[in-house]
Design a protein around this ligand. Structure first.
Ligand SMILES: Cc1ncc(COP(=O)(O)O)c(C=O)c1O
Length: 458
């Protein structure tokens, strides 16, 4: 399909070079091209610079390669109804989305009254969860947030959301766009496995008792940096005591609840008031594929907005568009449905299990290597580590990790990532696709070693 050689994951070209290559694609003043010509142009100019998610050497990010069943659903959606806001634009789409969300609630073991809706991305799912949580707090204070806004609170500056230091930055976006500002986010530390430190959470809440109104606590079920799963039950207990909303950000990790040996990490999920999930991260479905689940279906009522021509109040048919903000919503439930039905649940679970085992085995391997330091024990499919060559100056180790990362990315043979744990720079491997085996990741470790051994003095 493209002229990228087998040993490359992308061209490795500089951004200037990529820009130069892509210029002909945006020559909008030129004559139209036949599909054949267009295909050739894209193949020559763009494909070499696209990252190959299907290669065993793609070990850096949450991007999966859509599987065949998902392709089929995406194609049908594209051919017939891309949009599925309500019955008017897609009767079958509206009903299928509702059915899919309900079936997923059951599959994930959410409470019997739970319901879900499709979102554009995990970021928006988190944002909407916080909006609904704040809405509930406003109701408890005797007013309607949708009407009055945050100034309805006697002292909006007291409002607070508690997260862990490893929570995703989308929560910052959420409080920014809710008009609460980042000062409303209170961060607590994590334990040695990068999970929220429950003791510290309790202490922090005690300190804040008089000064702040904590209306929501967020636990992350699969953190972005290390894949750690915060314990849900103790935080759910705290939320009960406090009358706070419990949001579980499972954008990355929730899929692993379906894998028997890992599902215990997600115990207590049914106690969450809201849960976000991104099947587009590892389910092998096209982006976007995100969901927001709510424990009580009626909590979605806080999103309802009618208009005279669209989402009419007198319409009786299913209307997924009433559960979230966009008035144009993609039919992403279809590729998710066709993908799960094509593979069958057993194969889906196998596809999820393989990378978890690969990362677990890689951790065991690295533990025995004198020149490698693990930054955490992996809960899911991510492992962060540092290479520490014998005799290497401690104060140059951060630079070394950074240098290795940059060299590997520049070479274009494999893709890894970089993160910070406790203020120290670490290398990060992510296994999303079942193609990413322990052996494939050990090859990366060898590469890391090789670069560390030849690293020029920085
Ligand atoms: C834990 C977590 N939450 C939220 C998000 C945001 O999801 P999205 O990229 O779909 O907006 C991510 C993305 O990586 C994530 O890892």
């Amino acid at each position: 399909m493209s002229n990228l050689s087998e040993d490359r994951i992308y061209s490795g070209a500089s951004s200037d070079q990529v820009e130069e290559d892509l210029q002909p694609l945006v020559a909008f003043q030129d004559e139209g091209l036949s599909l054949e010509e267009l295909n050739k142009l894209v193949e020559e100019r763009l494909l070499p610079h696209l990252m190959r998610y299907d290669r065993t050497t793609f070990q850096s990010m949450f991007n999966a390669f859509p599987e065949e069943g998902a392709h089929l659903g995406a194609k049908i959606a594209l051919t017939y109804n891309q949009g599925v806001t309500n019955w008017q634009v897609s009767p079958g789409g509206a009903v299928l989305e509702e059915l899919c969300c309900r079936a997923l609630c059951r599959l994930l073991g959410l409470s019997s009254g739970a319901e879900g809706t499709v979102m554009y991305c995990g970021t928006y799912a988190n944002q909407q969860a916080l909006y609904i949580a704040l809405h509930r707090r406003a109701e408890q204070c005797g007013f309607n947030l949708a009407e009055e806004g945050v100034q309805g609170f006697p002292d909006p500056a007291r409002l607070a959301v508690v997260i862990s230091a490893e929570a995703h930055f989308s929560l910052k976006h959420a409080v920014r766009t809710l008009g609460l500002g980042q000062r409303s986010l209170i961060t607590v530390g994590v334990d040695e496995n990068r999970r929220i430190d429950v003791e510290q959470l309790r202490e922090t809440l005690e300190e804040l008792r008089r000064s702040r109104d904590v209306f929501c606590i967020v636990v992350t079920a699969g953190t972005t940096s290390t894949g750690s799963v915060d314990p849900i039950p103790p935080v759910a207990d705290i939320c009960d005591e406090l009358g706070a909303w419990l949001h579980v950000d499972g954008a990355y990790g929730l899929a692993y609840k379906l894998v028997p040996a890992w599902s215990r990490l997600f115990a207590g999920l049914e106690r969450a008031d809201s849960v976000s999930w991104d099947p587009h991260k590892q389910f092998g479905v096209p982006i976007p594929s995100s969901l927001l689940f709510l424990r009580r279906s009626e909590d979605f009522d806080r999103m309802v907005l009618f208009s005279s021509y669209f989402n009419r109040p007198d319409a009786v048919e299913p209307n997924p568009g009433l559960k979230s903000v966009p008035s144009t919503r993609p039919f992403t439930a279809l590729p998710l449905v066709t993908s799960i039905r094509h593979q069958g649940l057993v194969a889906v679970v196998e596809r999820l299990r393989a990378p978890l085992e690969a990362i677990r085995d890689l951790a065991a391997y690295l533990e025995d290597q004198a020149d490698m330091e693990l930054c955490h024990r992996p809960d899911t499919g991510i492992l962060c580590f540092r290479v520490i060559p014998e005799g290497y100056a401690e104060d140059r180790l951060d630079q070394l990790q950074q240098y290795i990362y940059e060299r590997i990315m520049r070479e274009g043979e494999r893709s890894i990532s970089l993160t910070q744990t406790d203020g120290r720079t670490a290398l990060r491997l992510v296994a999303i696709s079942p193609a990413v085996t322990t052996e494939a990741m050990i090859e990366t470790i060898e590469k890391v070693r090789g670069i560390a051994a030849t690293e020029p003095v920085i």
